[in-house]
Write a protein that binds this ligand. Structure first.
Ligand SMILES: [Zn+2]
Length: 497
């Protein structure tokens, strides 16, 4: 396997990764709280860490990827109550929907997907230990973590406890010994789902579930913990306090990864700003792979500006349209390569042009340096340019070398694309689906296009090339571009807006 470096949010610098077990990476990602449909912010974070997972697999590591589901929580109970639903049925529904949505963006199912409600005994065991060793206290059926008993509190967010208490909006609760103390176990209010515990009926607080699930599925000490930057405080800070409070200093996550936010014209996403877009809405507008492409075109740690505007009552995802054009270019190249190679079948073994040999090593080098997916995309563009040049003109290149080079470029583009979760579709299927999408969006009359194509074919058969060119110009004016392929004339919607 290829060694790699990553930016560790705890050490605040790039460091070389050293595995706990040679060749293996145990990775935990905080997953969704399932009370509403997933939106673009959820998807962006899920794609970022799925890319890390795929990149590590591409680099030869054996990855165990754990992503939890928070299936009981204040928000779930509130939403279920408001909509008169059973909270468990509702969260199961949104959990299934979440996985279906993530598949739109080529996010793979986790190796293990633990749920809070099936880890209650593990939660209780940690809380009991924290009480026994003086890190937590019970009051009237609730249990709180006593933050001042944990010396390193604030290390991940880089703030002292005093600063954190000043900065955070912490509810005044007289049962707590200090304002920053947080709930490990919440006593049940009437009508709420609850479990038996040594402190009476209740349910876990939010943070404790991740401590319970990591120790259950990855052990007390594991390699990588990932999540959105917004989770650093208080969630990840509290996870560390709980797990190290229970298992001792030096346990828990050995490296921390946090991804940057999507910004909407400088604003964060929020329901009140009206810029919360659901996954299915995005997939319908531009196709799911466009969001994946957009994500890997940016470094996972960078804050990214996302351009979306409402035009005539319809959300136009300009950022994603641009990524979709880039995808369309890659798929068109792959389709051309496939059509070029297909007639003779396998291109065979033997030498290829030396410049075609660099894509895979370049991708490995980029991903091994803090998962630099944008550099991989840049290398893919380089390979696609070379392929198109060879397709357009093979001048001065041996016929067999040309065939083998094109076959190699096609294969490596797919391999490297797959390492970051793109170019996984059949080019023909993607291009047809994209054309249908654009035909609908631009209100193009397909029957009229087909009619003109038939006229042009007839004109050409009669060697009336003047008329054939005229029809081509008429189609161009309609926004339709003709593509002459080995199997006849195809058409697509021109990319210029
Ligand atoms: Zn978590």
């Amino acid at each position: 396997m290829t060694p790699f470096r990553l930016y560790d949010s705890m050490r605040r610098q790039k460091v070389a990764f050293e595995p706990l077990v040679p060749g293996k990476v145990g990775m935990y990602v905080c997953g969704p709280t399932t009370y509403a449909p997933a939106h673009i912010g959820h998807a962006y974070s899920a794609i970022a860490f799925d890319t890390v997972r795929k990149a590590l697999t591409f680099l030869g590591w054996d990855v165990t990827y754990v992503r939890n589901v928070t299936d009981i929580d204040d928000k779930i109970i509130k939403r279920a109550h408001e909509t008169d639903q059973d909270p468990f049925a509702m969260s199961a529904h949104f959990a299934a929907e979440y996985n279906r949505d993530m598949a739109l963006f080529n996010v793979s199912a986790p190796t293990i997907e633990p749920k809070v409600t099936t880890h209650i005994p593990q939660v209780i065991a940690i809380v009991e230990r924290l009480i026994a060793n003086g890190h937590a206290y019970a009051v009237d059926g609730d249990v709180y973590y006593e933050v001042r008993k944990f010396g390193p509190y604030g290390k991940l967010s880089g703030q002292t406890l005093d600063q954190l208490e000043d900065g955070a909006r912490i509810e005044v609760d007289h049962r707590k010994r200090a304002p920053a103390d947080f709930a490990l176990w919440k006593s049940a209010k009437p009508g709420e789902p609850s479990w038996d515990s040594p402190w009476g009926k209740g349910r876990p607080g939010w943070h404790i579930e991740c401590s319970a699930m990591t120790v259950t599925h990855l052990g007390a000490t594991f390699d990588l913990h990932a999540g959105g930057k917004d989770l650093i405080f208080p969630h990840h800070e509290n996870e560390i306090a709980q797990s190290q409070g229970a298992d001792g200093e030096g346990t828990f996550a050995r490296y921390w990864l946090h991804n940057g936010f999507l910004n909407f014209a400088g604003e964060k996403m929020s329901k009140s700003l009206g810029n919360v877009f659901n996954c299915d809405q995005i997939a319908a507008a531009v196709g799911g792979e466009a969001l994946r492409m957009f994500c890997v075109e940016h470094h996972y740690r960078s804050p990214v500006d996302f351009d979306v505007q409402v035009v005539d009552g319809v959300a136009r995802f300009f950022s994603l349209e641009s990524s979709d054009r880039s995808l369309s270019g890659f798929y068109t190249t792959l389709q051309r390569i496939d059509q070029f190679i297909a007639p003779g079948g396998d291109a065979g073994d033997g030498a290829v042009l030396p410049e075609a040999e660099s894509l895979v090593p370049a991708a490995k080098a980029a991903l091994a340096e803090d998962f630099n997916a944008p550099e991989v995309v840049a290398a893919m563009h380089g390979a696609a340019r070379l392929a198109n040049k060879l397709l357009d003109e093979g001048k001065g290149v041996d016929k067999q070398v040309r065939r083998r080079t094109l076959a190699r470029l096609g294969r490596d583009l797919r391999t490297v694309g797959g390492a970051i979760g793109v170019l996984t579709q059949d080019p023909g299927a993607y291009l047809r689906e994209r054309r249908e999408r654009l035909v609908k969006a631009k209100k193009i009359d397909v029957a009229a296009v087909e009619q003109k194509l038939a006229e042009r074919k007839a004109a050409r058969a009669e060697k009336n090339f003047q008329r054939a060119d005229e029809i081509r110009r008429e189609l161009t004016a309609m926004g339709v571009e003709l593509l002459d392929t080995p199997t006849g004339t195809d058409w697509r919607i021109a990319d210029a807006d």
